[in-house]
Design a protein around this ligand. Sequence first.
Ligand SMILES: [Zn+2]
Ligand SMILES: [Zn+2]
Length: 345
Amino acid sequence: MRAYRMLQWEQPPEIVDVAIPTPGPGEVVVKVAGNGLCHSDLIMTSMPQSIGDAIGWHMPFTLGHETGGWVHAVGPGVSSFQPGDPVVCVSPTSCGACEECVRGFDNCCEYGITGRGYGRDGGLAEYLLVRHTRELVLLQQLDPTIAGVLTDAGATSYHAVKRVLPKLVPGSTAVVIGAGGLGSFAVQFLRVLSSARVVVVDNNDARRAYALELGAHEVIHGVDEHTARNLRSVIGGRGAHAVLDFVGIDSTIAAGIGATRPTGAYGLVGAGGGTLKSDWTNHLPKGGEVFTFQGPTIADTREVVALAEAGLIRVDVDRFGLDDIADAYEALHCGTLRGRAVIVM
Ligand SMILES: [Zn+2]
Ligand SMILES: [Zn+2]
């Protein structure tokens, strides 16, 4: 089968031929319909070996952690899925047995530092091995070609929104910084799950227009040194009840913290590599929360699929073939996509 693989550290991935995996006991092989592309794929392709070694990754491996498809083959002992079942794969991997997993925080599982598409073979291939059926979600009406994007872009932004929902009482304001693949889902979740006024900050004209189409109440241009002041004037009062930062660079972190009202929450989601520089006595939201996390839980993924199955959120994608994957990443990098880029296998 064809697979888009990292062959060496800090080298561009390549499309190569590899063997189709066979499922062992408890395992499932999925025939991939579509796989979404993520900014973190680009981070991985430039990761130095020193970091890879430190987290236990080995070359080569296949990229892709937003996968939908159909069950192709099941290993001994698997009775809950049949060949032909349409599924998506939960984006993070987890052991199911450690303290974090048992408490429902499976996105914090130690085993998950090496997952499908990050350190281990992922879904940018014709077939994908899934090691635990707990990491599969059965689809009803959704098209598995595009539903994979729900497992990362969808479910990661959902995790952030769910976490701040208790703050978003009637009359509250939520800010979304960055209306890209994740932020545009966050706008939808905020509108479906809360009555908060939703304010979006993005530099890209098309992304701001798209955010309005998805239900944002107000959009602000600019992620720069004026963002905090602009946000304050739009939001009014003492700031927003929740700010979700899907960019995560120095300026958005500073603006986001600066726009969070006392008792509010600032969530850092975007892997922009920024640093939180804040004097807690003056700048952090009094009585509030500053949090970060990586990836969604299995429960988040199931709930997002349920919202999409119910027709309550849109899944907009730009489709590319595997041979055009370099163009797709370029469009992702340049911000010219409308929806999430999906490689249709
Ligand atoms: Zn991702
Ligand atoms: Zn675990």
